[in-house]
Design a protein around this ligand. Structure first.
Ligand code: GLA
Length: 746
């Protein structure tokens, strides 16, 4: 078992292959956190606690005259509110008597093989060959009967520990749960940097790294979705941590709605990190016997820097999260109609684009927004999922058939969670959207949000979308969500339950995804929210890939994909080649470079193929051929960041390395060119030092050690925004035929 309870010491020790985690039950039955870090022998680590009388840090009543026992100082596993701890609390309740206290004492525990599902929520699952053990610890408040069950699952080989919490009202009074964190973790020191991924629409997941300072550092979202602004992912690492050195802790929240992650450096230079549903506007009614399940946090520890931490997340999210069979299949190369036609198309125009795309070698034609109701702009028709016969004269089925006759698969855009005021749906059911009485709802992109906390609304969505999917031959669906939530009030919920709406919306979303996505395992669903506004593990449970950003500029994408790579594998990053000047930035970059950057994820195209020259189409075809040949490397290989675009401006480089280290693809884009530049070298990573490798464009054979230590010279002939790709293959394996023209070769 990877989880052990030592009855004498009253310690729980969780062991993964390379990490250990220990908790301890104190004399008064509080649960303390003793350690998370490098794997160490399973011994009682209580010696780390140095009881000290700390002035102005209160002592619980049962400690009697012992002034050294204070929950304001001791490291805790779950901080009980109102019981002497002034730091961030894990829970806030309003009890039947109006008090806010919750004092959770360990009542019992259970250790078992395997991992339970979380009710109504996405979470990791154990595969057949995974060794996964789980632990539940019951913390009960003796006065109110309220119980929090902390759950841990240990993925031993994969170096991952998951946490979640369930609150059960075992008392008689109704209580209100105003905050419940899925994870609280205390560190006895505070010499850490806090790294998080933040940004904005069209510039998501930029990397911010700063040392902790006294007080609280917060990231989060109360936009109703995980958001472009902050990703539900954070890292705590040594100040000295680099890509391959130092202690790093990752926290990733498997949830798609409001979230918060806070790191507090306290008065004694200790650190507390919490992660969970954002408490703003959250108040969950729990009557006697009722319970609430908080979503899962996936924790990882690496003692060898950030790359290893990323690899732990990449592996677990590739293998243990997504339910779709497509997660293990090679994904199609799509051409998407959005930047080619926006709302202005009919079936002939679409077929023309598709026909030309056949020459490029794409697999799937995706019809984006504008095909339904009176949708000629973004002002109308969301909710009316009926084809517009003026645009598509032979209907969706007819278009799909003609697309298939060209040898392409057919994909469709939907945005099921929304409604336009100018729509038949809104006119029939104005109460189906989130809206507060006497306060007309705020608009976002002219649209309102459907109330997914309502079963009848969910049923409508499921029925109308499934009807399209069942009637039409469709192989791919892009599921979009183009505004965030405001006015979170439901017309049918009682007033005491309005504080549940944000969360119930997310549960409703997962519920409709269960009924639409999981019932169509033959369709590849791809997520989107104005690009990466909902790029989170909750969505990746349903959709193996997500449109990474509405920004298709290759140079901006270098940063966006760099940041994304800290938590998410390339196999879930949708990246498309678009035209130049780029529609978002006006920048002009070579088509070769756009292809190289898009191959940092799941390659696709987002352009009007009828406007491409024959030469450009040929180039796209070669890009697609190369990409398909390298697909295994890109989707399943280990990803290495070779540069930090925030520190070094001249070029950005990255590398995909096969698991057996026999093949690699090193890609580089020049981002800032001056005249007569210094000679630069790019050093490979992740190769086998002892093995010998060929490198495309070089006659000699190099040892892995050499490629990783001395590196390769970056050709001085490369101009601004030009790219190069080096294919690297072990000297004792045969290289398949080399691609040509995909990127500049020296
Ligand atoms: C969002 C998406 C785009 C496109 C439009 C359509 O902005 O991110 O890719 O689908 O909606 O309205």
């Amino acid at each position: 078992m990877s989880i052990r309870y030592d009855q004498k010491a009253r310690t729980y020790t969780l062991m993964t292959k390379n990490s250990a985690y220990q908790m301890k039950v104190t004399g008064f039955d509080y649960l303390l956190h003793l350690y998370y870090g490098e794997r160490i022998p399973d011994t009682d680590l209580s010696y780390l606690l140095c009881p000290t009388d700390r002035g102005f840090s209160p002592n619980p009543n049962e400690a009697g005259n012992d002034r050294t026992f204070s929950l304001d100082v001791l490291p805790q596993e779950f901080s009980s509110d109102g019981s002497c701890d002034y730091r961030l609390s894990s829970i806030e309740v309003k009890n039947g008597d109006g008090s806010f206290a919750f004092v959770g004492k360990v009542r019992k525990h259970r250790i078992y093989r395997g991992k339970n599902k979380l009710e109504g929520l996405p979470c990791l699952r154990a595969l057949e060959d995974d060794t996964v053990d789980s632990l539940d610890i019951w913390l009960t408040d003796a006065v109110t009967g309220l119980t929090v069950i902390l759950s841990y699952s240990v993925f031993e080989e994969k170096d991952i520990i998951t946490r979640s919490a369930r609150v059960v009202n075992e008392g008689e009074d109704t209580v209100y749960l105003n905050r419940i964190m899925s994870m609280t973790i205390d560190f006895l020191d505070s010499d850490y940097d806090f790294i998080h991924l933040d940004g904005r629409h069209t510039m998501e997941r930029e990397v911010t790294r700063a040392p902790l300072s006294y007080g609280i550092q917060t990231i989060g979202s109360f936009r109703g979705a995980s958001s472009h602004q902050h990703n539900p992912f954070a890292i705590l690492c040594d100040h000295t941590a680099t890509e391959d050195y130092g202690r790093c802790y990752g926290f990733s929240f498997v949830y798609s709605g409001n979230f918060v992650c806070k790191a507090e450096k306290d008065q004694y230079d200790q650190t507390r990190v919490i992660m969970g549903i954002h408490p703003k506007h959250f108040s969950y009614q729990l009557k006697a016997g009722e319970s609430f399940t908080a979503p899962e946090v996936v924790m990882a520890y690496s003692g060898q820097g950030l790359t290893r931490l990323s690899h732990l997340y990449h592996r677990i999210y590739r293998e243990n999260l997504c339910q779709s069979p497509f997660v293990r299949k090679a994904r199609p190369v799509v051409i998407n109609s959005w930047e080619a036609a926006y709302f202005d198309f009919d079936d002939e125009k679409l077929l023309h684009i598709a026909r030309e795309a056949v020459d490029m070698g794409v697999d799937t034609f995706v019809l984006d927004d504008g095909w339904f109701g009176s949708r000629d702009s973004d002002c109308s028709a969301l909710g009316d999922w009926i084809v517009n016969p003026q645009k598509l004269k032979s209907g969706l089925e007819g278009l799909s058939q003609r697309i298939h006759e060209l040898g392409l698969n057919f994909g469709l855009w939907i945005e099921p969670e929304m409604v336009s005021e100018n729509s038949s749906l809104y006119r029939a059911h104005p109460d189906w959207c989130l809206q507060i009485p006497r306060r007309p709802a705020a608009r976002g992109r002219y649209q309102l949000v459907l109330d997914l906390s309502r079963q009848d609304v969910c049923d409508y969505i499921v029925q109308s979308i499934n009807e399209i999917l069942d009637r039409t031959r469709i192989e791919y669906v892009k599921w979009d969500m183009n505004r965030f939530i405001t006015d979170a009030w439901s017309a049918i919920a009682e007033k005491e339950k309005q504080g549940e709406i944000y969360h119930r919306y997310v549960l409703g979303l997962y519920h409709i995804m269960d009924r639409i996505i999981l019932t169509h395992p033959d369709i590849l669903f791809c997520g989107c929210s104005g690009g990466g506004g909902r790029f989170d593990p909750g969505m990746l449970y349903y959709q193996p890939e997500i449109w990474c950003s509405d920004n298709t500029d290759a140079v901006c994408r270098l940063k966006i994909q760099y940041g994304t790579s800290f938590a998410y594998p390339c196999s879930c990053v949708e990246a498309h080649v678009s035209v130049c000047p780029n529609h978002q930035t006006g920048r002009i970059t070579p088509l070769e470079t756009r292809g190289v950057v898009a191959m940092g994820g799941i390659l696709g195209y987002e352009l009007d193929s009828t406007q491409l020259s024959d030469g450009e189409k040929k180039l796209c075809r070669r890009q697609i051929e190369s990409y398909k040949r390298w697909y295994g490397l890109i989707a399943d290989g280990d990803y290495y960041r070779l540069t930090d675009p925030y520190r070094f401006g001249e070029y950005v480089a990255w590398q995909h390395v096969s698991q057996d280290k026999t093949r690699a693809l090193l890609s580089l884009v020049v981002t800032e060119k001056e005249s007569n530049n210094a000679q630069r070298y790019v050093r490979a990573r992740g190769l086998d030092a002892k093995r010998f490798y060929h490198v495309s464009g070089f006659p000699e054979v190099f040892s892995g050690q050499l490629l990783m230590s001395a590196g390769l010279p970056v050709p001085g002939s490369l101009l601004q925004y030009e790219a190069i790709q080096y294919e690297i293959w072990s000297a004792d394996t045969e290289k398949e035929e080399a691609p040509s023209g995909c990127a500049t070769m020296p």
